[in-house]
Design a protein around this ligand. Structure first.
Ligand SMILES: [Zn+2]
Ligand SMILES: [Zn+2]
Length: 107
């Protein structure tokens, strides 16, 4: 699967660290540091390296990555819409400023 290979899973606690470990029970992705620091550790955790997953577990893992990818895209889109709104506001301001300048020059 080319799509899942191309995007790196990100640690749930760091957001800039690659996740190499997963809790199969709670669908938590973690980097090695977080496992060592036990940032996610409940009684019924099933923690496994993402390279050591069984095919059925791998399937679950891929699904989680896809769902997360979609969530990220949604966030990016919301951010983009906000940016466009800001740009429009700026543009409006610039145009208003230009008109005001012109009016002043005509006096
Ligand atoms: Zn981490
Ligand atoms: Zn867990």
């Amino acid at each position: 699967m080319a799509t899942s290979k191309s995007r790196k899973p990100i640690c749930d606690f760091h957001y800039n660290e690659e996740a190499t470990v997963m809790c199969l029970k709670h669908h938590q992705l973690m980097c090695l540091d977080c496992v060592l620091e036990q940032k996610h550790k409940l009684d019924d955790c099933i923690i496994k390296g993402t390279e050591q997953l069984l095919p059925s577990e791998k399937y679950k893992y891929e699904l989680i990555l896809i769902i997360r990818g979609l969530a990220e895209k949604k966030l990016a889109l919301a951010d983009h819409i906000k940016q466009v709104g800001k740009k429009q506001e700026e543009l409006k301001h610039t145009v208003e400023q230009q008109i005001r300048n012109k009016l002043q020059n005509w006096k």
